[in-house]
Each structure stands twice: as C-alpha cells, then as structure tokens.
Design a binder for this molecule. Structure first.
Ligand code: CO
Length: 275
C-alpha cells in the first residue's frame, strides 16, 4: 500500500521540542519535512509536549502548540481524520501523559483519530532502529576491533525505560559493538563501562540516542565538565570521540516515522494501546 492510498486529512507530528534552533532545523524539522513529503495530500502540523520549551519559544515570538490545542485547531478548521505521530523514542511518561491521555478526550470529535507509535514500541522495532543506527556507525567500529559506539539515551522512571536494555540485548545478539546507557534511567554509564571493559573496548564514539542533539548531548554527553560521559570515560582510560548529532538527522531514522504513520493509518485507531 502506498502512503497516498490511506491518506488522513492531517498528520500532527509531536516532538518533545527544543530551544536550540540549529539542531531543531536538522532534526525535528527534517523529520516533519520527511513525513510531509511522504503524505503530500495531508496537512502536516506540529506540536511540542514540553511546556518549558514552548514557553521559551513563545518569549522569542514563536508559538508552538501542545497536543490539545493543536487538535482543537484542526477540528475547528474542519479536518476529519487525524494521525498523531510522536517523535519520541520510547512510549514513556511524555508519550502517555502528554499524547495518549490528551488524544483520548478528542476521540469523538473526529471521524478518525489514530496515534502512531514511538520508535521503540514493538519487538520488531528494535532491529529496525539497529539498522538505522548502522548508517551512522564509524567505519572503524566493528566487533572485536576494540572500538565501539556508546549511545546516550534519555532514560525514564517509567516502565518503558526497559526499552534501553532490550536495545542493548538486541545489539549484543546482532554482534553490533553498540552499548546503550541513559542519563536519567538504567543502564547508567557505570554499567556501560563494565561491559566495555569486559569486551576489551579501548576507544568509543559517543552518540545521543535522542532525536535532537540538545542540552544532554552537548553538555552531559560531550561536555568538558568532569561529570560528562566524555570526561568520565577519559578518566577511566578510554579514548573518546563525540558525535554530536541527533538521530533526527539520520535519513533512515526519519523513515521509521513514515512507516509508523502508515501503520497507524492501517490499524484504524491505536489510541488505547499502541504497539
Ligand atoms: Co532531560
């Protein structure tokens, strides 16, 4: 089935948001554009879930809506079928509270209202992400070479945080020298370093497992502060390179969202239990 066979009237692309204009252009905007290009007969709109980000942007003169106000406006403008596509990586707190919960109350106001799933929701999503990650692995990284990639995910107190461990296990099973850690969840860098030593890795390339290379990527991952992953790995004797680009820059990664929009259209409505 081609994207145009199942066109909704509007696609609402929902990101956490960022206040860094440069990375936003390369990541969130690029993902929105990729989706818009795949569904040319649909109106593509944006919403950000982060209240703080929206407030800062408003002060700079840019209004970005949250999910309820974006849906209210689409309804006022007469759109009848909507797909809400999150750019989030895991179906965590933001996804449940700021997207699913909000969308549920608009359900009766449209002829169709479906929610696409985040990047990691179904078991098969993990190998799709791993394939997209392969596109950005440095050429020198291979199993047993002593060089590896360490991904910095966000992490969460939400049960969906287990997605990071599933991704780690899939990479191990696939023989990919990729290690997964999180800033605010589990595994932490400590556990990642134990695996690196076990596998005799000496040199790592740090990459954000995040759509946008914002504060976490620039400071917590690549920064010179002694607490950054960059500094902590160096202090433990690892050679470190930093790849400060959000996943949203990766064309193969952008394409995952297009396929999730398609899946949402075909599944009629995934409002209750996506994935
Ligand atoms: Co954070």
């Amino acid at each position: 089935m081609s994207p145009t066979d199942v066109a909704p009237s509007a696609i609402l692309v929902v990101a956490f948001g960022t206040t860094y204009p440069e990375t936003r252009r390369l990541t969130i905007d690029a993902c929105e554009q990729r989706i818009a290009a795949a569904f040319p007969e649909c109106e593509t709109r944006r919403a950000f879930t982060s209240t703080i980000v929206r407030r800062i942007l408003a002060r700079r003169g840019e209004e970005v809506q949250d999910v309820p106000s974006a849906l209210a406006r689409l309804r006022e403008e007469g759109f009848r079928r909507i797909v809400v596509q999150p750019l989030h990586i895991i179906p965590g707190e933001e996804f449940h509270r700021k997207i699913l919960f909000e969308v549920a109350s608009y359900r009766n106001q449209f002829a169709g209202l479906a929610v696409g799933r985040p990047i990691l929701a179904r078991n098969e999503d993990y190998s799709v992400l791993a394939l997209a990650l392969k596109e950005q692995l440095p050429a020198t990284v291979s199993a047993g070479s002593g060089e590896a990639v360490v991904l910095m995910g966000h992490g969460s107190a939400h049960p969906a945080n287990a997605a990071y461990s599933q991704l780690q296990l899939l990479c191990e099973d696939a023989g990919l020298p990729v290690y997964v850690g999180t800033v605010e969840g589990y595994p932490e860098l400590e556990q990642v370093m134990t695996r690196l030593r076990r596998d005799r890795v000496r040199r790592v390339t740090l990459m954000p497992l995040m759509v946008v290379a914002g504060d976490h990527a620039v400071n917590d991952m690549a920064g010179d502060d002694p607490d950054s992953w960059n500094s902590r790995l160096r202090a433990e004797g690892f050679e470190v390179d930093c790849y400060v680009h959000g996943l949203g820059e990766n064309a193969a990664f952008q394409e995952i969202y297009v396929s999730h929009v398609l899946d949402a259209l075909q599944a009629d409505s995934e409002v209750d239990e996506p994935g």
